[in-house]
Ligand binder design. Structure first.
Ligand SMILES: [Zn+2]
Length: 151
């Protein structure tokens, strides 16, 4: 099931989407941005993070394995999806979580629980600059068999 999502207004961070400059890594960053940023390949979806992740999770459930994502977990208050970021979503497992992907380049960017009382968010750490990803501890979650961590 695919759903089109319009952008929601920024909350705690202020991100100007244009004009953008480009990191040496190829990631696009708005001028003056002070927070770590995850960006899809084309730069249409940018997510500001309150801090780089100390650890990232590789989950072996069927969906995460298909995506090839590494997840960095944050609370809703500690991230903001930049205004203007258009995404499509996919939901499975009882439709409890929407997995967002860029409507332009198709990169998986983040997931959001449908229940607004659930404050947890997952950011695809593959979209972080490589030096942040390299510093994070890699953990393995057995999502295919109950969800316990293996390390
Ligand atoms: Zn994109």
């Amino acid at each position: 099931m695919t759903t089109r999502h319009e952008p929601s207004p920024p909350s705690r961070f202020s991100i100007a989407m244009a004009p953008q400059r480009t990191y040496e890594s190829g990631l696009r960053v708005a001028p003056g941005l002070e927070h770590p940023l995850a960006s899809c390949h084309c730069g249409a979806v940018c997510i500001a993070l309150v801090s780089p992740p100390s650890e990232v999770t590789a989950c072996n459930c069927s969906l995460c394995a298909s995506y090839g994502a590494l997840w960095a977990y944050y609370t809703a208050d500690d991230i903001v999806v930049a205004a203007g970021a258009r995404t499509d979503t996919y939901a499975c497992n009882g439709q409890r979580v929407d997995f967002h992907r860029c409507s332009v380049c198709g990169c998986l960017t983040h997931w959001v629980p449908r229940d607004p009382r659930r404050g947890r968010r997952g950011i695809n750490a593959r979209l972080l600059p490589p030096h942040w990803l390299e510093r994070a501890r890699l953990r393995h979650r057995d999502g295919a068999n109950g969800g316990e961590y293996l390390d």
